[in-house]
Design a binder for this molecule. Structure first.
Ligand SMILES: [Fe+2]
Length: 242
């Protein structure tokens, strides 16, 4: 289920004590899974959020052509509405057959896990799995856990970061106006390290609530990025994984 968590943004002076969602001192100002409320909260910031239908069943080995074909009508409508010239697909999913998966998953996750901006809107239509966009606006951070059917449009220049979690599993269709629209300009602000990661926001069992790392004492859970066995399928044709 889609989830919005609004947090008070820790300043650069705040300490980062170890462990726990509250390690940062960041306060949870709002937590809602009501899509109408989420849309309204984000619209007030100029951030687009819509719920679409994403019901196509994607084969495990489906690549970009098959995924774009499955959502051709949606892609055509959004492309026309937004004037986008380029569309591609990024897909991450473990399948247990690739020993390089943990490292590639870690690298993909870290690529956009620090605060950055883009020169154009970042538009993503999630059709599988989940990932979290953190939108840093003023003294607040809006953490939006997007799932299949969610369409998020982050305006150019908005400071944000993206966490695909310790065990990335998602598919998103990306819309661009320029070939290099995906390039991020990193702010150098370590704010992302002071707030809960995706797995922490979801409170998943067996994971550290702050880092999302698998814990030794938690209940049995799928291995995280450090230990997961699997393989990624990424149909991205441009740089980046988010
Ligand atoms: Fe981004």
């Amino acid at each position: 289920m889609t989830l919005l968590t609004v947090l008070s943004a820790p300043s650069g002076q705040d300490p980062a004590p170890p462990g726990g969602v509250s390690r940062t001192g960041a306060r949870v100002l709002l937590r809602t899974d009501d899509p109408h409320r989420i849309s309204a909260e984000l619209a007030a910031l100029g951030i687009g959020f819509e719920r679409w239908a994403a019901t196509a069943t994607l084969a495990p080995d489906a690549g970009q052509p098959e995924i774009l074909a499955a959502y051709a009508a949606d892609v055509a409508r959004l492309t026309a509405d937004g004037g986008y010239r380029l569309v591609d697909v990024v897909r991450m999913r473990p399948d247990g057959s690739d020993p390089t998966w943990p490292e590639r998953a870690r690298e993909a996750r870290e690529r956009f896990l620090a605060e950055h901006t883009h020169d154009e809107d970042e538009v993503r239509f999630f059709v599988e799995g989940q990932g979290c966009f953190y939108l840093h606006v003023g003294d607040r951070v809006y953490a939006v856990v997007c799932r299949a059917g969610d369409l998020l449009s982050v305006p150019a220049g908005t400071t944000h970061w993206f966490d695909m979690g310790a065990r990335p599993e998602f598919c998103a269709i990306r819309f661009f106006q320029k070939e290099d629209g995906w390039i991020g300009h990193f702010t150098g602000d370590p704010i992302a390290t002071r707030l809960p990661y995706l797995d922490g926001l979801l409170g998943e069992p067996g994971r550290d609530p702050a880092t999302g790392a698998a814990t030794a004492t938690g209940p049995a859970a799928p291995a995280g990025a450090a230990t997961a066995a699997g393989a990624a399928t990424s149909a991205a044709t441009r740089g980046g994984a988010a």
